[in-house]
Design a protein around this ligand. Structure first.
Ligand code: SF4
Length: 195
Protein backbone atom coordinates (compact mmCIF):
# COMPACT_ATOMS: atom_id res chain seq x y z
CA UNK A 1 0.00 0.00 0.00
CA UNK A 2 1.32 3.45 -0.97
CA UNK A 3 2.48 5.71 1.86
CA UNK A 4 2.83 8.73 -0.38
CA UNK A 5 0.72 11.80 0.46
CA UNK A 6 -2.58 11.83 -1.45
CA UNK A 7 -3.77 14.59 -3.76
CA UNK A 8 -6.86 14.82 -5.93
CA UNK A 9 -5.96 16.56 -9.18
CA UNK A 10 -8.65 18.68 -10.74
CA UNK A 11 -8.26 18.06 -14.48
CA UNK A 12 -9.26 20.59 -17.13
CA UNK A 13 -7.57 18.99 -20.15
CA UNK A 14 -5.24 16.16 -21.14
CA UNK A 15 -2.09 18.20 -21.96
CA UNK A 16 -2.01 19.86 -18.51
CA UNK A 17 -2.94 16.55 -16.88
CA UNK A 18 -0.09 14.63 -18.54
CA UNK A 19 2.50 17.22 -17.52
CA UNK A 20 1.37 17.38 -13.89
CA UNK A 21 1.08 13.61 -13.51
CA UNK A 22 4.67 13.28 -14.68
CA UNK A 23 5.77 15.99 -12.29
CA UNK A 24 4.05 14.63 -9.18
CA UNK A 25 3.58 10.89 -9.51
CA UNK A 26 6.88 9.96 -7.83
CA UNK A 27 6.03 12.01 -4.74
CA UNK A 28 2.26 11.75 -4.41
CA UNK A 29 -0.56 9.27 -4.71
CA UNK A 30 -2.84 10.86 -7.30
CA UNK A 31 -6.49 10.64 -8.26
CA UNK A 32 -7.68 12.58 -11.31
CA UNK A 33 -11.05 14.33 -11.23
CA UNK A 34 -12.38 15.75 -14.50
CA UNK A 35 -14.85 18.52 -13.65
CA UNK A 36 -15.68 21.02 -16.38
CA UNK A 37 -19.27 22.25 -16.66
CA UNK A 38 -17.87 25.25 -18.53
CA UNK A 39 -16.89 23.40 -21.72
CA UNK A 40 -18.91 24.20 -24.83
CA UNK A 41 -20.16 22.58 -27.00
CA UNK A 42 -20.83 19.02 -25.83
CA UNK A 43 -18.68 17.55 -28.63
CA UNK A 44 -15.72 19.54 -27.29
CA UNK A 45 -16.51 18.30 -23.77
CA UNK A 46 -16.57 14.70 -24.97
CA UNK A 47 -13.28 15.12 -26.80
CA UNK A 48 -11.48 16.67 -23.82
CA UNK A 49 -13.00 14.05 -21.51
CA UNK A 50 -11.86 11.13 -23.69
CA UNK A 51 -8.33 12.52 -23.98
CA UNK A 52 -8.09 13.10 -20.22
CA UNK A 53 -9.29 9.57 -19.51
CA UNK A 54 -6.73 8.19 -21.95
CA UNK A 55 -3.89 10.01 -20.18
CA UNK A 56 -4.92 8.67 -16.74
CA UNK A 57 -5.08 5.14 -18.15
CA UNK A 58 -1.67 5.53 -19.76
CA UNK A 59 -0.06 6.40 -16.40
CA UNK A 60 -2.28 4.05 -14.41
CA UNK A 61 -3.78 6.82 -12.27
CA UNK A 62 -7.37 6.45 -10.98
CA UNK A 63 -9.72 8.71 -12.94
CA UNK A 64 -13.17 9.99 -11.97
CA UNK A 65 -15.42 12.55 -13.56
CA UNK A 66 -18.15 14.88 -12.41
CA UNK A 67 -21.49 14.92 -14.21
CA UNK A 68 -21.66 17.34 -17.14
CA UNK A 69 -24.19 20.07 -16.30
CA UNK A 70 -23.52 23.20 -18.36
CA UNK A 71 -26.44 24.94 -16.61
CA UNK A 72 -24.33 25.04 -13.42
CA UNK A 73 -21.76 27.14 -15.26
CA UNK A 74 -24.44 29.34 -16.84
CA UNK A 75 -25.86 30.07 -13.38
CA UNK A 76 -22.55 31.12 -11.82
CA UNK A 77 -21.55 33.45 -14.66
CA UNK A 78 -25.01 35.02 -14.96
CA UNK A 79 -24.66 38.81 -15.45
CA UNK A 80 -20.91 38.41 -16.02
CA UNK A 81 -21.20 37.56 -19.71
CA UNK A 82 -19.69 40.88 -20.76
CA UNK A 83 -16.62 40.62 -18.55
CA UNK A 84 -13.37 39.72 -20.33
CA UNK A 85 -11.51 36.43 -20.08
CA UNK A 86 -9.41 36.47 -16.93
CA UNK A 87 -11.91 38.57 -14.96
CA UNK A 88 -14.80 37.91 -12.60
CA UNK A 89 -16.49 35.31 -14.78
CA UNK A 90 -13.34 33.17 -14.66
CA UNK A 91 -13.23 33.53 -10.89
CA UNK A 92 -16.76 32.10 -10.65
CA UNK A 93 -15.89 29.38 -13.16
CA UNK A 94 -12.82 28.35 -11.11
CA UNK A 95 -14.81 28.43 -7.91
CA UNK A 96 -17.56 26.20 -9.30
CA UNK A 97 -15.11 23.55 -10.43
CA UNK A 98 -12.90 23.72 -7.35
CA UNK A 99 -15.85 23.54 -4.95
CA UNK A 100 -16.99 20.38 -6.67
CA UNK A 101 -13.45 19.03 -6.60
CA UNK A 102 -13.31 19.72 -2.84
CA UNK A 103 -16.59 17.78 -2.41
CA UNK A 104 -15.27 14.91 -4.50
CA UNK A 105 -12.06 14.85 -2.46
CA UNK A 106 -14.03 14.79 0.79
CA UNK A 107 -16.25 11.94 -0.42
CA UNK A 108 -13.16 10.01 -1.43
CA UNK A 109 -11.88 10.36 2.15
CA UNK A 110 -8.79 12.35 1.04
CA UNK A 111 -7.96 15.75 2.47
CA UNK A 112 -5.96 17.64 -0.20
CA UNK A 113 -6.54 18.72 -3.77
CA UNK A 114 -5.12 21.01 -6.42
CA UNK A 115 -5.78 21.92 -10.04
CA UNK A 116 -3.64 21.37 -13.11
CA UNK A 117 -4.98 24.66 -14.53
CA UNK A 118 -1.93 26.57 -13.31
CA UNK A 119 0.11 25.06 -16.18
CA UNK A 120 -1.48 27.64 -18.46
CA UNK A 121 0.07 31.12 -18.64
CA UNK A 122 -3.43 32.39 -19.53
CA UNK A 123 -4.74 31.58 -16.05
CA UNK A 124 -4.40 34.13 -13.28
CA UNK A 125 -2.47 32.20 -10.63
CA UNK A 126 -3.51 34.51 -7.77
CA UNK A 127 -7.17 34.11 -8.68
CA UNK A 128 -6.79 30.36 -9.06
CA UNK A 129 -5.09 29.94 -5.70
CA UNK A 130 -7.56 32.22 -3.91
CA UNK A 131 -10.56 30.33 -5.26
CA UNK A 132 -8.91 27.00 -4.47
CA UNK A 133 -8.22 28.11 -0.89
CA UNK A 134 -11.80 29.36 -0.50
CA UNK A 135 -13.29 26.11 -1.84
CA UNK A 136 -11.05 24.15 0.52
CA UNK A 137 -11.83 26.29 3.57
CA UNK A 138 -15.58 25.92 3.06
CA UNK A 139 -15.27 22.15 3.38
CA UNK A 140 -12.36 21.98 5.81
CA UNK A 141 -10.07 20.56 3.16
CA UNK A 142 -6.62 21.60 1.98
CA UNK A 143 -5.86 23.22 -1.37
CA UNK A 144 -2.20 22.90 -2.45
CA UNK A 145 -1.26 26.10 -4.33
CA UNK A 146 1.15 24.73 -6.93
CA UNK A 147 2.26 26.94 -9.81
CA UNK A 148 2.92 24.42 -12.56
CA UNK A 149 3.86 27.02 -15.16
CA UNK A 150 7.08 27.67 -13.22
CA UNK A 151 10.32 26.17 -14.54
CA UNK A 152 9.10 26.46 -18.11
CA UNK A 153 6.09 24.26 -17.33
CA UNK A 154 3.90 25.45 -20.18
CA UNK A 155 6.53 24.84 -22.86
CA UNK A 156 7.33 21.44 -21.40
CA UNK A 157 3.64 20.52 -21.32
CA UNK A 158 3.34 21.41 -25.03
CA UNK A 159 6.36 19.25 -25.87
CA UNK A 160 5.00 16.33 -23.85
CA UNK A 161 1.48 16.56 -25.29
CA UNK A 162 2.93 16.70 -28.82
CA UNK A 163 5.01 13.61 -28.14
CA UNK A 164 1.94 11.78 -26.81
CA UNK A 165 -0.20 12.97 -29.74
CA UNK A 166 -2.77 14.63 -27.47
CA UNK A 167 -5.50 16.97 -28.63
CA UNK A 168 -4.69 20.60 -27.69
CA UNK A 169 -7.63 22.99 -27.62
CA UNK A 170 -7.17 26.57 -28.83
CA UNK A 171 -9.75 28.20 -26.57
CA UNK A 172 -10.25 28.04 -22.84
CA UNK A 173 -13.54 26.17 -22.87
CA UNK A 174 -16.74 28.17 -22.46
CA UNK A 175 -19.01 29.59 -25.13
CA UNK A 176 -17.69 33.08 -24.42
CA UNK A 177 -14.05 32.05 -24.80
CA UNK A 178 -14.96 30.33 -28.08
CA UNK A 179 -16.46 33.60 -29.35
CA UNK A 180 -13.35 35.49 -28.20
CA UNK A 181 -11.16 32.96 -30.00
CA UNK A 182 -13.17 33.46 -33.19
CA UNK A 183 -12.81 37.23 -32.95
CA UNK A 184 -9.04 36.86 -32.46
CA UNK A 185 -8.82 34.62 -35.53
CA UNK A 186 -10.82 37.08 -37.65
CA UNK A 187 -8.60 39.97 -36.55
CA UNK A 188 -5.51 37.97 -37.38
CA UNK A 189 -6.84 37.13 -40.83
CA UNK A 190 -7.82 40.77 -41.41
CA UNK A 191 -4.31 41.96 -40.45
CA UNK A 192 -2.75 39.34 -42.72
CA UNK A 193 -4.95 40.37 -45.66
CA UNK A 194 -4.12 44.05 -45.14
CA UNK A 195 -0.41 43.84 -44.44
S1 SF4 B 1 -12.65 31.75 -20.16
FE1 SF4 B 1 -12.15 29.75 -19.25
S2 SF4 B 1 -11.97 30.11 -17.04
FE2 SF4 B 1 -13.01 31.86 -17.94
S3 SF4 B 1 -15.19 31.42 -17.75
FE3 SF4 B 1 -14.59 30.68 -19.76
S4 SF4 B 1 -14.01 28.55 -19.47
FE4 SF4 B 1 -14.08 29.50 -17.45
Amino acid sequence: MSVLPKIVLHICCAPDEAYVINLLRAEYQLHCFFCNHNIYPVTEYELRFAEAQKVAERYNIPFSADSYEPSLWTQVVKDLENTPEGGQRCRECFLLRLRRTASFCKNLGWSAFTSVMSVSPHKNITMLNETGALAAREQEMEYIPFNFKKKDGFRKSIALSNSLGLYRQDYCGCQLSLKERNIRLKEKLFKKDHS
